[in-house]
Ligand binder design. Sequence first.
Ligand code: SUG
Length: 435
Amino acid sequence: MTHTEYNFDGLIGPTHNYAGLSFGNLASVTNKGAASNPREAALQGLAKMRAAMELGLGQGFLPPQDRPHLKTLRALGFFGSDRQMIESAAAAAPELLANCYAASCMWTANAGTIAPSPDTRDGRVHFTPANLATNFHRAIEGDTTARVLAHIFNGEKHFAHHPRLPGGVHFGDEGAANHGRLAETHESPGVHLFIYGKDGDRFPARQRKRASEAVARSLLLDPAKTIFIEQSKAALDAGAFHNDVVGVANGTVLFLHEQSFADPAGACAAIRNAAPFVEIVEASAIAVPLEDAVKSYLFNSQLVTLPGGEMALILPKESEEHPRVRNFLEETLAKNNPINRLVFKNVRESMRNGGGPACLRLRVVLSEDEAAAANQNFILDGAKITKLEDWVRAHYRDRLTPDDLRDPEFMTESLTAMQALTDILAMGGFYDFQK
Ligand code: SUG
């Protein structure tokens, strides 16, 4: 049976802002307090989805979550009407309010880890949502993410949903951002790479080895086709808070920075052993210093197989504008490997929070039957994208500062947008604020 890779991008929510919430993520910390443009952010994201679709790729999306997350504010002891909660949180704990306002579920590479049916013991597609335990604003995504995945991929015949890992940072898990699949074709059994970290000298690691191992177990993967690799501290401390900042796998190709792994020779030997077909396309530290890789997000690109079999990289504009990186990309293209097309997209609003093209998408490989069983409202065509663009234009602000989050009017505005979206998508009373 033919399998297709679908990229499920996060539709960027109306509260997209720069609150500096992610220690270890240089862009997030640097842009703290800057004004964002949520409308532009969402339109940039939709334009990237449209571009991927026009390349002939399968494209879906995950809806944004309800923010401010009133349920969390209540759990933190704020009380009274919704407006009163916003006012008292703004006065007593503005940083908590900012956490409850984050639009960070846009980075769906962190939604969970997915194993497609050719790779699992029971022949179903398996989903384990991430607990995102390291950062509070991200940890509160999990409940809704699990519900969204179960809503879109509904039906036990094809889909199996597992709970998030328990135990907080002990089992810190950041989903597919630290995971890659190599396979000769989408439908042949894949080899799964799980990259975990140990705390660096500057920054904490978010993905724990024991978490990666537990996720692999939950997904019913073949242990002989599962490899656990330690990320290098140099990469972590240079700002690669997720491994997808320094490497990406697709099909037969692993595209990465030579300083991605703690033991590069050992890791590559293990990968070649499990996946003899692999082509490793590497950037040396001389061609691209780690600092440039983190600045340009060159490896946070979507490495995709086009319908004709060739591979393309969907990259952020920042890589095009960086002379050394651009040069390395041109050289990579000229060499004998499957990558022979570059597509640069402007996702600057997301980039300023440390999220490039690859962060914005969750890959799900589906057979024709599985794709048909998925909720079609979340699988895109041109008309559906236009409808979402209209929704964004009708509801989003073009300027938002962290100070604006204090205004209860903005809460009303954001939840009104979410209500309209649930109507468009026939989701019923899906979100916590609607219950
Ligand atoms: O978790 N940024 C996200 C970026 C996630 C990128 N994802 C991948 N690499 N796959 C994070 O650090 C910043 C939010 C703020 O500061 O307002 C933020 O959450």
